[in-house]
Design a protein. Sequence first.
Lengths: 779, 283
Amino acid sequence: MNYLKLFPLTFLFPLLAEAQNATVSGSIRDSQNGETLIGATVQAVGLGKGNASNEYGFYSLTVPTGSDSIELKFSYIGYQTFNTKILPKGDVKLDIQLLPVGAMLQEVVVKANALDEKRKSTEMSVSTISTKEVKALPALFGETDIIKILQLKPGITPGSEGTTGLFVRGGNNDQNLIVLDEAVVYNANHLFGFFSTFNSDAVKDLKVYKGGFPAQYGGRLSSVIDVRMKEGNNKKLSGTGGIGLISSRLTLEGPIQKDKSSFIISGRRTYADIITEAINRGNADDPEFNKIPRYFFYDLNTKVNFTLSPKDRLFLSGYFGRDVFTFKDPTFDFRFDWGNATGTARWNHVFGPTLFANTTFTYSDYRYKIQNELQGFSFSLGSNVMDANTKVDFYWQPNNTHTVRFGANTTYHDFVTARLQAGSDDGKVRFEAGREYDGWEYGAYAADEWAIDRLKLSYGLRLSMWQNDPAFYANVEPRLAANFEASKRLSVKASYARMNQYVHLLASSGLSLPTDIWYPTTTGVKPQVSDQVAAGFSYLFGDQILVTWEAWYKWMQNTVDFKDGAELFGNNDLENELTIGRAYAYSPLELEIEKKEGRLTGWIGYTLAWVKRGDFPDIDNGAWFAPRHDTRHNLSVVALWDVTRWRKRGKEKSLQLTATFVYTSGYPAWLPSGRASFTDFPGAQPQFVVPIYGPRNTFRYPAYTRSDLGIVYKWKNRKGMENDLTLSVYNATDRRNPYFITIAVETETTAVGEVPFEIRARQVSLFPILPSLTWNFKF
Amino acid sequence: MKRYHIQHLALALSIALLSACNLSKDVEIDLPDYERQPVVECYLEPGKPFRLLLTRSYAFFDTLGLSSNFLQNALFDGAFVTISYNGQTDTLKNQLTLVPNPIKVFNYVGENLVPTAPGTSFSLFIRLPDGGEIRGNTTMLSVVPIDSIIVEPNAAGDTLARMLTYITDDQSKENFYRRLLNYSSLDSFPDQDFLVTDRFSQTASIAIGTGYELKQGDTVFNTIFHVTKDYYDFKESVDLAVIGNLNPFAQPSPIKSNVSGSANPVGIFTVLVYDRDTTIVEW
């Protein structure tokens, strides 16, 4: 097959040249759809100089001027490497388009040297996940989910089975900065956390920082999860979609003006409610039939981008998603809906071969609302958080030894906490509660990556501020990272980062619920602060296997928790329900072994870690306890095997087997230590088993083990339409993992009522073996 | 207002999911050692004798205190119990007493009747046989009467109706209520049992309703208890403790008692103040 066609679009024009050096700069894109490629590398062959494209696909490389031509080599994950020669008499603008390698038959392919580039980078504690990996791996109900794949990376635990919770290096679920095209997503969950809001068809890739945070990021303690939407095919109209057990998806993308502008629109919707509504209609005449409530969720992603000039690009993108739960009959009209809306307007401007700027305006909104209408009465309860953010980021590469980033941002936050309105239609009975807050968050940063022979230093400073009259906080956040290339295979790395968090999630349980409330920093609730140090090494075996070991220690201050028995709903003074403490977490061993090339690819992740929270004056008198996500051993194995490929009657076909294995030590749980009996008020039923809770989380559940298997059968018809049937088997060994432990009480009738004679503990599991079949297509 | 709507909703969804498969099994749980505590339950009722129930708690899976000997095993006898009020102190005798309709059990009973004047303060003192002490205080609130009860069908000709119960709240201070609704008898499992606070009420009138579930001729016992904040917190923490043990979405809570002392007790000492209406449903 001819995979070697190259489509270099070369725009050469001289710019101001330094005396001895010239700069080659431009963008690197996919030749088939025009998508910019993030992290693609450019190397000056024989000169030992190289660089990578930034998150906007822009690259810059300084080379010596002279009469000799210089060979440049461009490469990227899953793309054919492209070599070209330039004669650098002055600055050169060179836009490159790379051709994907045999896209259909080898989905999980990675550029040569990808792992070596990762080894050489000053970045540590970083993972990148492509949607190609996500789509190939087995998934719960066949719903591929990029967040759940993230949970298979070392240092990240889900907190609970089947959910999209992310507890990164001992941090809480709310300490992750999740951004979609730079707009914050406050609640990245559907269906109480069982699915994430990210539709894999609309996502280009995801990068997570667990530590060593670059200075351009701030606002959360434990991780940055940067999700980038596709830009849309600017070559031709194309589409992808799928029909699965839970939902169906459809994405259309294409050029608005070929090579200049494009669009993408992607939607996903569940359809269980279509079945339940049909059942309800079929039983409408049966008075004994209990109507089934209606539930569905949907997502809509859209994006357009315009190339305004060789130096200017404009991107507009948005996301809107909702979960809706309703129940309606002649006397009762209940509706519970929640979801996110985000919008991003982004302008890329190239000032010159070494200076690039990105100006962004983002809008984010998360809200939930519960409404109930009865004849003559109504009830509504809701909360929301809204952000409007403006930021500007500069990327300046004066030469090959320095890469400078600097910028600033301003965010306006608006919070409505637990707004309750209830009463009679005639106004004679009325309840109201809830408060509104706002706040301004500011950030400014500067950072430099300095390459000194075998040592690379990344150092920066971020200044963050919060204003919520009368509260005002200003904090300095140093960021340091270093990579010493001890040999051509071994790099030793270290990093330190301080982070501040000015918004706090008030969650009534360890699980993510749509009714969790975001709350601002005030005079009483101070910014959360974390410091994290990490050190480790990366060693490259051959050119296919990278072993990364990291050890880290993180300590956190001003962490927020609820007092025992706190009231979250209908409370005008939530601050009274909060208690402030500290936390720490550490791991001597966070190991990842990655293999990214060949027919067998995947990774093995293992983490040995400890997490503690304490010093909360209102919880066990300040005692330290293990939070729910303190799981000692976490092992994950991910494998993708391209078994075979063949051609039959002109149709290309392939078969891929995938598997994941997860082992997690039992997580802590707060179980009662004693029980009491209360006869209660006259007219009330006696309660013979009232649990008495002692210190928190003194019990540990049994270990969690799960194996998932997948088979991906692909074929391409003569017209070029790609199809795949993906069989996922979740929990293939049908293991009964503990989800929670409840009690079973056997009672007998006595003179004082039903009294218990036996109390047993019962372990409840959530998912048995769950096979699912999904059909995906691409045209 | 009811505060567990969402958790119940989530639990209902989870249970619906789990009920399709056999996904639960008995397991052995090894819990930390637990030291038994005295449990005090004392609801003083104006015009009735001073009565108190003193029992013991158990380790959670302890089989002691279960079976038909439940009562005998649970009772904590041999304590010295006094209640002081209006300058006098009554000693309660250790005497098992069973009160019918609704059935209630006490093991410490006084000879005098509880005063009926709102505002009366009471102090509880208990000395256990091992010398441990328990103390508690409470004050009698005034009755908040039921203003009106309205029974109405959704539409003319319907066979089911709802009941709206109105009370007038004193908005000058924070008040707490417990609502109980029993059909047929006070020994029946209550159809409604929840706590109400006027914290967010913008009007003096508070309405509490039922669904459209009442039939012609139904007998309904409609009770509004006016309770102290101590009792509200206690009852809420008990509910949270029970829910937290059943619902993975709920955060458990230790019991918030208003009795304390060297005996490390749990329990409640309060005065029962209520208005009750018995309605034969008709419209």
